[in-house]
Design a protein around this ligand. Structure first.
Ligand code: ATP
Ligand code: MG
Length: 335
């Protein structure tokens, strides 16, 4: 980074902020301890939490998606709900419903699972479109309207939705416009042999003894303070130029005409903003007070690939949105 850019950086965080920062790192260590070989997933869960964003996790069954979110909930002093999506789910099953109380002569609102701080929405692509749109609307607006009344959702409010890539029968794929509501789309892969061996030991120990508790439980106040500190992370003008150059590469031939030609729908400014905010949270987790190109490069696929659509020709050739974004990252001049 240039000297001029460094000079523009704000002052270092205070000691109260340092305290919150070390508790966030303890939360990260606790998550990693119980999720073998899932460093990337853990980092992204925390980035979601620190950015006020929502995550879509995609992976085959049995890859610890549910375990990861449950463990995160154990490290937070907030309420947690889990929704298993099925084709007969109704919007009110998520939002809640208004019932008539005969004894008191009033209508009473019974809040649904969306009124929790952390919500795991399992197999979101099995929910019918009306439920998906109620969910995604609440994610975008942090409020929901039921029977003409608008209810504010908690703060923090984080949705982690999962979907299984190998199932197509009986699913309702999320429309591209709705995918855009997720800050990051994280793909979890199969563990390597060494990790799998450790998973056996860990889960065997849990079955025969007891699961190790999370070392910290962050209060919601602390989560808000950490989020504020993460969002205050400095992004230099040169880095903003880099972000714009990279995303523009999905729209124009400026980076690579060949990669651009594979894209039917480019990323919108919401994608650029998502990458900047996620980059700030990553910098915060890495103990920096400024974002560096590496933060952008590390998160570009997760922040942008689900926001672009490929041409039918590119898809037929077996190219993937993640591959295209990786190509753009490799060819975009950083600073
Ligand atoms: N990386 C891992 N670290 C620790 N445990 C793991 C890991 N991967 C899998 N497991 C174990 O495998 C089992 C399945 O995990 P889990 O139920 O969280 O999977 P899932 O991804 O939610 O599956 P599904 O898609 O079927 O809901 C659990 O017992 C979990 O402890
Ligand atoms: Mg699960």
């Amino acid at each position: 980074m240039s000297g001029a850019t460094l000079a523009e950086r704000p002052a270092a965080p205070s000691s109260a902020a340092d305290g919150v920062h070390s508790r966030v790192l303890a939360l990260r260590d606790g998550l990693e301890h119980g999720l073998i070989g899932c460093t990337g997933l853990v980092e992204r869960l925390l980035i979601g939490l620190l950015s006020g964003g929502h995550l879509l996790i995609e992976g085959a069954p049995g890859l610890a998606k549910t375990r990861a979110v449950k463990r995160l909930s154990e490290g937070l002093d907030g309420s947690f709900a889990r929704v298993q999506c099925t084709p007969d789910l109704m919007p009110a099953d998520l939002t809640g419903t208004t019932v008539w109380r005969q004894d008191a002569g009033i209508f009473e609102f019974l809040p649904g699972p969306l009124f929790h701080s952390l919500i795991l929405v399992d197999e979101v692509n099995r929910a019918p479109p009306k439920v998906q749109s109620a969910l995604l609307e609440s994610m975008a607006e942090s409020q929901i309207t039921v029977a003409g009344h608008t209810h504010k959702l908690p703060d923090p409010f984080m949705v982690v939705a999962t979907q299984n890539p190998i199932e197509h029968a009986g699913t309702f794929p999320l429309p591209e416009a709705q995918l855009d509501r997720f800050l990051l789309h994280v793909v979890v892969d199969m563990p390597d042999e060494a990790s799998e061996r450790k998973i056996l030991d860990l889960v065997e120990g849990e079955l025969t003894h007891h699961a190790e508790a999370m070392p910290v439980k962050l209060s919601l106040e602390e989560v808000r303070a950490a989020r504020e500190a993460a969002l205050a992370t400095y992004v230099s003008p040169a880095l903003k130029d880099y972000l714009v150059r990279l995303v523009a590469g999905t729209r124009t031939d400026s980076v690579s005409p060949e990669l651009r030609a594979a894209i039917e729908h480019p990323a919108s400014p919401r994608g650029t903003l998502a990458l900047m905010v996620a980059g700030k949270a990553r910098a915060y987790l890495h103990g920096r007070d400024h974002v560096i190109p590496e933060d952008v490069a590390a998160l570009a696929s997760d922040a942008l690939a689900h926001r672009i659509g490929l041409t039918w020709r590119a898809a037929a050739e077996g190219r993937t949105a993640r591959g295209i974004i990786e190509g753009l990252v490799a060819q975009t001049r950083a600073l």
